[in-house]
Design a protein around this ligand. Structure first.
Ligand code: SF4
Ligand code: SF4
Length: 216
C-alpha cells in the first residue's frame, strides 16, 4: 500500500494520538487502539515470515498498485474514522485533491484517497490496507498478487484482527462481551468494498463549511 507504516521494536508504542479529538469523539480511541493491535499483528506476522523466508517484504513507500485494485475491504466502523479524518484533519491542498477525486470517481478509478502515490488518510486507513503486504517482488502494474501469487502475500494473524474488532463492538451496539466471538463474526459479515462504496456522502460533508464538518 502507498506509504506503508514504518516498523518499530514495539508497535503498540506507535498508537496514534489525537488527544483533543479523542476526548470529543468517544469512538476514536477505540478505533486507534484497534489499529495499534492490527499493526502489532502485522509486525509479528511479518517478522515471523521474514525469518522463515530469509527475505524482507517487497512493499515500499510510494508503491501504490494495491491502491488501484478493485477490491479493497473496509468495515462500517472504519468508514466513521475515514469520514472524520478526511473531513476534519486534511490540510487544505490535499483536501481539495481528495474532493476532486471523490467527485470524479468512475468504474476502475484508483482509491479516492490515493494522492501523489501516498495515502491521504494514512493514519486512519482500513485494516485491509495495513494487512496487505507482499514478498518477493513489488506488484506489477495491474497485478493483484492475491490471485497471481498468493504464496507471496503475507498471511495476517486473524486473532489480532479479532481482538481489534472486539474493541469496537460498541460501534455496532454490542455491549455484552459474553458473546464477543459471535459479534466479531457479525462484523466480519458487514465488510464493504472501498472501491464500490458510494462516497458522495463524504463529499457532501467535505463541501460543508468547516464549522459543520464535525463527525460524531
Ligand atoms: S508491493 Fe504491492 S502490496 Fe506492496 S505496497 Fe507495492 S503495490 Fe502495495
Ligand atoms: S485507503 Fe486507499 S490510498 Fe490509502 S492505503 Fe488504502 S487503498 Fe491505498
Amino acid at each position: 500500500m502507498a506509504a506503508k507504516a514504518k516498523r518499530t521494536g514495539n508497535s503498540l508504542s506507535r498508537r496514534l494520538r489525537f488527544p483533543a479529538e479523542e476526548k470529543r469523539l468517544p469512538w476514536l480511541p477505540l478505533l486507534l487502539d484497534g489499529y495499534a493491535v492490527i499493526d502489532t499483528g502485522i509486525d509479528v506476522a511479518m517478522r515471523r515470515e521474514e525469518k522463515q523466508r530469509g527475505s524482507t517484504i517487497a512493499c515500499r513507500q510510494g508503491c501504490d498498485v494495491c491502491c488501484r485494485q478493485k477490491d479493497i475491504p473496509v468495515y462500517p466502523h472504519e468508514l466513521v474514522g475515514i469520514y472524520w479524518y478526511a473531513s476534519e484533519q486534511l490540510g487544505s491542498g490535499i483536501r481539495e485533491v481528495v474532493k476532486q477525486q471523490l467527485a470524479g470517481r468512475q468504474l476502475g478509478s484508483p482509491c479516492p484517497f490515493l494522492v501523489d502515490h501516498a495515502c491521504a488518510i494514512h493514519p486512519l486507513r482500513p485494516a485491509s490496507c495495513r494487512q496487505f503486504n507482499v514478498f518477493t517482488t513489488p506488484c506489477a502494474e495491474g497485478e493483484d498478487p492475491y490471485y497471481s501469487r498468493r504464496q507471496d502475500v503475507l498471511e495476517p494473524l486473524e486473532d489480532y484482527l479479532d481482538r481489534a474488532f472486539a474493541g469496537v463492538l460498541t460501534f455496532y451496539g454490542v455491549k455484552d462481551k459474553a458473546d464477543q466471538a459471535r459479534a466479531v463474526r457479525t462484523i466480519r459479515r458487514q465488510m464493504l468494498n472501498l472501491q464500490s462504496y458510494d462516497w458522495s456522502k463524504l463529499l457532501a460533508v467535505m463541501e460543508r463549511p468547516a464549522a459543520e464538518h464535525s463527525v460524531t
